[in-house]
Design a protein around this ligand. Structure first.
Ligand SMILES: Cc1ncc(C[n+]2csc(CCOP(=O)(O)OP(=O)(O)O)c2C)c(N)n1
Ligand SMILES: [Mg+2]
Length: 342
């Protein structure tokens, strides 16, 4: 892979964003608030990690907020999706409370998992329509997503399942088995690949014989697209095609969004293997920066309004931390609770 590819294909590259969609000022502000809230939450989690307050490791979504926000903004309430913490903004858009997200990283006994799950994973189908990630084994969410999609099809429900996944998770066998099954049975499964340039410290050319994840789609005879994932409007444009296709009964669709993981794999990873040039290139294309610049231009919000949203999000997160720290730690006595249906 050439240097320009890991930076960004010039055909996808841009440093300002725009849309032809008619979107109200309030709606734009709401999406921006969601993305900003995720950023504020992650920045606080990084600080809590350095203070030794996080139980175990912590994984952030900084730089990838536009993808899940754009995709989840298109879903119906009874569509399901699954994502790890890289989809934090998607959790917020579905109503997950920041105080619960933070409390989970602190190992507190609070819903939905009562300290029984790493903060990396979050699932609560009934309340949020967020499906379990199945387990931590990479790509296991593709066959389990196909299973959900199969249930929708058998029940003749016009629902879709979105499996968010990393680039690295398109290499294990589960990815192929899941997508093959979904393609054969024309299941309403949309695979959203967040290609953030790295799988831990491994670059694309070291783990794949093709240049793009989307180049794998012909093996399943399904459509695919490649798009710039830091532009929330482009994410919506492209994801809408994929969702409409799947919902109409035409089978799976793969969308690859090029983005950048602006922090290490987890906060224990100092990204020593990432060049300063690459970081700088993507900093200029930060999804929140692009969105904020749009808002205070064509978006119709003034800079003071954008700043007010930023401040409000930081305060929400500060309040969430105060609440979370006051919650009880998960007790070893309840370790087997809630594991099995009564
Ligand atoms: C089958 C399997 N192999 C290895 C791991 C360890 N592991 C966890 S995350 C990860 C890298 C994931 O990279 P990617 O899919 O690109 O997601 P990203 O972290 O970049 O969002 C690895 C190797 C695992 N969880 N499962
Ligand atoms: Mg990756």
């Amino acid at each position: 892979m050439s240097k320009s590819k890991i930076f960004l294909d010039p055909a996808l590259d841009r440093t300002s964003i725009a849309t032809d969609e008619t979107i109200s000022r309030d709606q734009l502000a709401a999406w921006y608030r969601t993305m900003r809230l995720a950023r504020a939450c992650d920045q606080k989690l990084a600080a809590l990690y350095r203070q030794g307050k996080i139980v175990g490791a912590v994984y952030l979504a900084i730089g990838q907020e536009a993808i899940c926000t754009g995709v989840v903004s298109l879903l119906e309430r009874d569509d399901y999706f699954s994502t790890v913490a890289r989809g934090l903004a998607g959790w917020f858009l579905r109503g997950v409370e920041p105080k619960h997200v933070i409390a989970r990283w602190l190992g507190r006994d609070v819903p939905p998992s009562h300290g029984r799950e790493l903060g990396l994973f979050l699932a609560d189908i009934r309340q949020y329509g967020i499906a379990p990630y199945h387990n931590g084994s990479m790509a296991s969410w593709i066959p389990s997503g196909a299973g959900f999609a199969l249930a929708f099809k058998i029940r003749k429900q016009p629902r879709v399942y979105i499996a968010f996944t990393g680039d690295g998770a398109t290499s294990p066998g589960d990815f192929y088995e899941g997508l093959n099954f979904a393609a054969i049975h024309k299941l309403p499964l949309v695979v959203v690949v967040e290609n953030n340039c790295f799988a831990y410290s491994t670059t694309i050319e070291k783990q794949m014989p093709v240049e793009n994840v989307a180049d794998r789609a012909p093996a399943f005879n399904i459509p695919s697209e490649i798009a710039f994932g830091n532009d929330i409007f482009e994410v919506r444009r492209v994801a809408r095609r994929a969702i409409d296709h799947a919902r109409a009964g035409n089978g799976p669709y793969l969308v690859e969004f090029k983005t950048f993981r602006a922090r290490g794999h987890g906060e224990h990873d100092d990204m020593g293997y990432v060049s300063a040039d690459l970081r700088e290139f993507w900093e200029r294309r930060d999804p929140l920066r692009l969105f904020a610049e749009y808002l205070s231009g064509a978006g119709g919000l003034d800079e003071a309004e954008v700043r007010a949203i930023n401040n409000e999000c930081v305060q929400t997160i500060e309040d969430a931390v105060v609440w979370a720290e006051a919650q009880p730690e998960a007790s070893p006595d309840s370790v087997t609770d809630r594991l099995f249906a009564p």
